[in-house]
Design a protein around this ligand. Structure first.
Ligand code: ATP
Length: 687
């Protein structure tokens, strides 16, 4: 009934499309969709049970969060009860004062006593209210802090596929908006509910003492108001969950449009993006309007019920008073306490509904905090037998990286990105993975980095399955230089040593810093990488120069060299290069190739994904693996493959690369002779 009224009122203000969308949303939320078959009784019961179970779980998690800081919350609760107790005494003294004044009491002391009682209880009430308010506020802020830190950490621990299906803006919204709601529940709503509940209990005791029969009538009416509040609370919870969901979607859209702002500008997409954002905000607005009407209706119902109850009580008072059983002082006191109890119960109902709403909004946060990533560190139970076996395997097996029948499939894909791959990378191997776009090259790199686990088969490093290695073990052995490395908005030094703990303290500021040893290491690495910072270079770059967001204050080539320095300082077992030169001009490419040669010398083996086959020769690659539709099409020494006339030779010819001894001499349009060099776009005039 309430739903229909709200729906109608809201619909009147919305257009046709909005009306249809809102109706569908409400139907999905509260009514069974006619297009879906009706659930059986058992299914319905199971559904109700599971949603009750989820609700209970969320409540328990919230309570656990509240209980987190008992040293803070115990005094807060004590002050709350004391504050409520003093507040419930106030009407007693207040009505005593009024009785003295109204009756023209001759005894001044009686009035003074009532006034002192009123003053003292008011001061104590104010004191305890202040203390309670501050402590609950702190508790709420601490809960926010805990939840936010836990959520942020757990999100970072999630597997790469999780980020494929959850946009950054969506997660940011969970981290900010949803967590704020949790803090509000603790610092405000729970605080108010408990205070009002305590006041209600103390007030009820006074009521019972004054006139028990009338008090029972008041309680019956209050029970009725409580039922209305509970119904409204349930309605609000479901709505709030949906509204938060819509805000998260909206936030994801905004995040995408900001991060893609250059493309948006270049392709004149402002109105497209703005429309998308407006539409998602509009969906949320519709539900918020429903929330507002629901609140208004609830207020109307509960206030009307209360007014009716007050009239009824007054009538009863009149009847009892007529029989001479209720003196004026008692009547005043009873009416004061009736109002006091009614106000408290009303506020409990109001805040209860808000708590329900916040629980609905925060349930997703708890789901995310407790989400277990599908790619995670192994549980570290040391098994000496397994360790001996692994060491034995390392001795027997010369492979640094070994892929055995390895199949990789993304959750969002219905076919494998890599199928049954068998590949060994041994000591001193310099391997290039080549193949057409979409053949699975990057997927191989991501699997070696353990961003994804193979769905079958294994990938191991020095005889140890990657699944049995922790993230930190993998990171200290395998380093990647990406095609377009993104840098953190910190100093060059911090970027190169990213992930390595600071080992010294600045005596002046007390901040953690890197020691001189580390600074020397980074200076050497940057110099080897072709970005010297020793003598003041032309660019004015120093170790402590801060680079912009993503490294935007550096050129692509400079960013690449910082990334190479990052690899150089780590002396990794395996160096992975992802299209290391494809984003660079020929001058930067030369510098980067030199830097990569230095980095490669510091590793046991190197694996590079590349489209630009010229770099295969310049980096001294000894093995080329050609991928085609997720399978190894051919592999071998690059010069042998060039001569064999297979897939690699064909790819190379497309880029003007021929076997070394068979480099053809060609004549260009002006009659000059030139050799098609390693890089297709570079014609070196033959002297
Ligand atoms: N995160 C992902 N989720 C779902 N499918 C993916 C994902 N990444 C890649 N794919 C799919 O896996 C297949 C192999 O992609 P991959 O990126 O490994 O190819 P590639 O050889 O590196 O291509 P390119 O040379 O264009 O970078 C493609 O069909 C691609 O659509």
């Amino acid at each position: 009934m309430i739903r229909t009224v709200i729906e109608k009122r809201t619909q009147r203000r919305l257009g046709d499309v909005g009306r249809r969308r809102l109706r569908n949303r409400l139907r999905r939320l509260f009514l069974r969709d006619k297009s879906t078959p009706p659930a059986t009784e058992t299914e319905e019961k199971e559904g109700v049970m599971s949603s009750m179970h989820k609700l209970n779980e969320t409540r328990q998690k919230l309570v656990r969060l509240v209980g987190y800081d008992s040293s803070l919350l115990l005094p807060a609760f004590s002050y709350l009860i004391l504050g409520a107790l003093f507040k419930s005494i106030i009407p007693h003294f207040y009505s005593a004062c009024i009785s003295c004044v109204a009756a023209g009491e001759a005894n001044r002391n009686k009035l003074m006593l009532a006034m002192v009682g009123l003053g003292v209880s008011s001061v104590f009430e104010a004191l305890f209210t202040g203390l309670r308010g501050a402590l609950f506020w702190i508790a709420g802020s601490r809960a926010n802090y805990n939840v936010r830190v836990k959520l942020h950490r757990n999100l970072l621990l999630q597997e790469a596929a999780f980020f494929d299906s959850n946009e950054t803006g969506f997660l940011m919204s969970r981290l900010n908006n949803d967590v704020n709601k949790i803090g509000m529940v603790i610092s405000y709503h729970v605080n108010v509910v408990l205070r009002q509940l305590a006041q209600f209990i103390f007030g009820s005791v006074f009521l019972m003492r004054i006139e028990p029969k009338l008090a029972m009538v008041a309680f019956a009416g209050i029970g009725l108001v409580a039922v209305a509040s509970m119904l409204y609370g349930d309605f609000t919870r479901a709505l709030a969950e949906k509204v938060q969901e819509l805000f998260a979607v909206s936030s994801a859209l905004a995040e995408t449009s900001f991060s893609m702002s250059e493309s948006v500008r270049a392709f004149d997409g402002v109105s497209t993006e703005s429309k998308k954002y407006e539409s998602s905000q509009y969906d949320a607005l519709q539900l918020e309007e429903v929330q507002a009407w629901a609140y208004g209706s609830h207020k109307f119902v509960s206030d009307t019920l209360q007014a009716a109850l007050q009239c009824l009580l007054l009538f009863c008072c009149w009847k009892i008073g007529r029989a001479g059983a209720l003196p004026a002082a008692k009547l005043t006191s009873f009416l004061f306490y009736t109002n006091f109890v009614l106000e408290s119960s009303n506020e409990v109902g109001d805040q209860w509904a808000k708590i329900q709403g916040a629980i609905g909004a925060s349930s997703n946060v708890f789901d995310l905090i407790s989400r277990v990533p599908s790619v995670s560190d192994p549980i570290s139970i040391r098994d000496p037998l397994l360790e001996v076996q692994a060491a034995q395997q390392m001795i027997n097996d010369h492979a640094v990286i070994k892929m055995s029948n390895m199949t990789v499939q993304y959750p969002a894909m219905d076919r494998a990105a890599l199928s049954e791959i068998n590949l060994d990378l041994v000591e001193n191997d310099r391997v290039a993975i080549v193949g057409r776009s979409g053949s699975g090259k990057s997927s191989m790199l991501r699997t070696i980095l353990r961003f994804y686990d193979p769905v079958s088969g294994t990938c191991s490093l020095e005889g140890k399955n990657l699944r049995d290695m922790t993230r930190s073990e993998i990171a200290s052995n395998i380093v990647v230089v990406e095609q377009e490395p993104k840098l953190f908005p910190v100093s060059l030094l911090d970027n190169v040593l990213y992930g390595i703990e600071k080992d010294s303290i600045n005596e002046e500021t007390g901040d953690e810093i890197y020691s001189e040893n580390y600074r020397a290491l980074v200076t050497e690495a940057l110099s080897l990488a072709g970005l010297p910072v020793t003598a003041k270079n032309d660019l004015g770059l120093e170790l402590d120069t801060r680079v912009g967001d993503g490294g935007r204050t550096l050129s692509g080539g400079q960013r690449q060299r910082v990334a190479i320095a990052r690899a150089l300082v780590r002396f990794p077992t395996v160096l992975l290069l992802d299209e290391p030169t494809s984003a660079l001009d020929s001058k930067s490419e030369k510098l980067v190739v030199e830097a990569l040669k230095s980095a490669t010398e510091r590793t046991r083996c190197m694996l590079m994904v590349t489209h630009r086959l010229g770099v295969v020769r310049s980096l001294g690659v000894n093995k080329v693996v050609v991928l085609d539709q997720g399978q190894i099409a051919e592999q071998g020494n690059p010069e042998d493959l060039l001569r064999s006339g297979g897939v690699y030779a064909q790819l190379a010819q497309e880029q003007g690369i021929y076997p070394l001894k068979e480099e053809p001499l060609k004549e260009d349009e002006q009659g000059d002779h030139y050799i098609i060099s390693f890089r297709s776009n570079e014609k070196l005039l033959k002297a």
